[in-house]
Design a protein around this ligand. Structure first.
Ligand code: C5P
Length: 237
């Protein structure tokens, strides 16, 4: 894979024109874009499709419900938005993940596309050990991350979203073919914002990340195309 194909740009806006501008600006320099609940709530799956018509899409809606409902949501999401990557919450449990995996394959086969990577979210990186304890999980987050990643793998999921600092433990436990999708990427250690557990793109790839999710360092840059090009050129050199 060309290293730049590993970059997915997180477009966190509600605005159709802004999303279109960003997708068009970065298209040549990255592997795809990520659209999530913020954009989807306003513009729906058809709006998502409009933005991602000629660029690979990570549809980040993190489904979590009873198996039958999630299967239905996955089916329509795959059919309408034709993503390259789609995701669910691993904490929805084995039956829910099995249903999502099956619905994903079924829908992709029906419309004749390569099945999207079905990715599970383990523990959100905004949740720390104290938050986990408050919801009855009295052990360090890495234990829960590893447990949920192994469950996701057992259910047939293709990989997980993880923080840069979980790459090592997940690669060790889940093996080489399991995709690790990594947000919290910052081109410089000097950038200070809400991402606490971060890593540079080069370091995350060296550590074993398959895909990098990069938002504001590109979307908030004065020139998003130039920022995307700089980051992807550094991965290649
Ligand atoms: O702007 P920034 O590079 O921080 O964007 C990261 C993207 O990845 C955002 O869309 C954020 O919601 C998402 N994300 C994350 N941490 C997770 C899961 C998703 O930052 N654990």
């Amino acid at each position: 894979m060309n290293p730049r194909e590993r970059i997915f740009v997180a477009i966190d806006t509600t605005d159709m024109e802004e999303a279109k501008f960003l997708a068009t600006s970065v298209r040549k320099y990255v592997g795809g874009i990520k659209l999530g609940i913020k954009f989807h709530n306003i513009n729906g799956l058809n709006g998502v499709r409009k933005i991602a018509d000629d660029i690979p899409l990570f549809l980040d809606l993190k489904y979590h419900d009873i198996p039958n409902t999630v299967a239905g949501a996955v089916r329509s999401a795959v059919t309408i938005s034709r993503p390259k990557i789609i995701n669910i919450h691993a904490s929805g449990g084995l039956a829910m993940m099995l249903a999502a995996v099956e619905a994903n394959l079924e829908a992709a086969n029906k419309i004749g596309i390569i099945p999207p990577l079905m990715i599970a979210v383990t523990v959100l990186t905004s949740i720390n050990d104290d938050d986990l304890a408050m919801i009855g999980q009295d052990y360090p987050s890495y234990i829960q991350v590893k447990r949920l990643a192994l469950l996701a793998k057992r259910s047939g999921c293709d990989g997980v979203v993880c923080s840069p600092h979980e790459i090592d433990i997940l690669r060790l436990n889940c093996g080489a073919g399991f995709s690790l999708i990594v947000p919290g990427i910052r081109p410089s250690d000097l950038i200070r914002d809400d991402q606490k557990r971060k890593m540079t793109p080069e370091a995350a790839i060296a550590a074993g990340a398959d895909y990098l999710i990069i938002g504001r360092p590109i979307t908030q840059a004065p020139n998003p195309a130039a920022a995307a090009q700089l980051i992807s050129d550094k991965l290649i050199s």
